[in-house]
Ligand binder design. Structure first.
Ligand code: GLY
Length: 293
């Protein structure tokens, strides 16, 4: 198989596959842009924007609350094989962090955090956050009751048993999209409300280059899972290295997931000119649209 252009989207490791209709809507919009000769970077940004607005995923308007029960801080990033990189870290009060990350690529910087990112968002006219969703509040209260009952483990840097909450469907993860456009450029976009539970100010893998995302001349990779584990393995870059060195996209997918103990939730999507891979050690909403040469 050789890909002329295509897009893959996921709704986060731990999400039910029944939510794949959200990924299908995101892929459909991105695919139409690719058909119209739009670049991969804009297509993945639009796919992630749609997933942020869906409300069922942990990103944008579906973002989970921090441990104080009132703060929403989000991370997002975009990158393409033409050297564009932009990320926002711990941004508050915006509806679509991925759109702000896309605008960061037009500045001299690759990342903006906290108040600076929010000031930038205001300057570019980004829409404000619509308010905490009912689902996010429910997830928060359920998580905290497990936490108080001692079922999420002792407080420690890795929230030792936090993985169990994925099984209860309480904490969803990152959304992401990867694409190849007609001109041969690859791009990736990721967005998240973070993990659950998490401290105010905590940053995971999603806005960190080579950890939550990577794109280069060999392909594009978006990953999902527990940020603290992903960062330690520089997961996205490790997957990219397999495509770059061996040209084998399926091996990149299976070997990537093999980096994690089965107790650690992890997932990835990857695209190259030879095809795509979707791999996860939990259920994961996803969709793929490809035009073959
Ligand atoms: N993978 C999302 C996070 O840990 O923040």
């Amino acid at each position: 198989m050789m890909v002329e252009f295509g897009v893959v989207a996921h709704g986060g490791v731990g999400t039910e596959e029944a939510l794949s209709d959200g990924c299908k809507a995101a892929c459909g919009a991105a695919f139409r842009m690719l058909e119209d000769d739009k670049c991969a970077l804009d297509a993945v940004t639009e796919a992630c924007r749609i997933l942020e607005d869906d409300g069922r995923f942990n990103a944008g308007s579906g973002s989970v609350l921090r441990i104080d029960g009132k703060t929403i801080e989000m991370d997002a990033a975009v990158m393409d094989s033409e050297k564009a990189v932009g990320a926002v870290i711990n941004i508050r009060n915006v509806k679509n962090p991925v759109l702000v990350a896309r605008e960061v690529t037009k500045t001299p910087h690759v990342g903006l955090a906290g108040r600076g990112a929010e000031a930038f968002a205001e300057k570019i006219g980004a829409e404000p956050f619509p308010g905490v969703s009912e689902k996010a509040l429910q997830r928060f209260h359920k998580t905290m009751s497990l936490f108080r009952a001692g079922k999420i483990g002792e407080i420690n840097p890795l929230w030792k048993d936090a993985d169990k909450i994925f099984f209860d469907g309480i904490s969803f993860d990152t959304v992401g999209a990867v694409a190849l456009d007609r001109k041969g450029s690859f791009a990736v976009a990721t967005s998240t409300g973070g993990a659950c539970p998490m401290m105010v100010g905590r940053v995971g893998d999603t806005p960190m280059i080579g950890c939550g995302f990577y794109a280069g001349p060999a392909g594009a990779v978006a990953v999902t899972g527990i940020g603290e584990e992903i960062v330690r393995k520089m997961f996205a870059r490790a997957v990219y290295d397999v495509i770059e060195n061996e040209g084998d996209v399926e091996a990149a997918g299976s070997r990537g997931i093999g980096l994690f103990d089965p107790g650690i939730a992890a997932g990835l999507i990857v695209i190259s000119k030879k095809g795509f891979a979707v791999s996860a050690n939990r259920s994961m909403a996803r969709h793929v649209m490809m035009r073959e040469v």
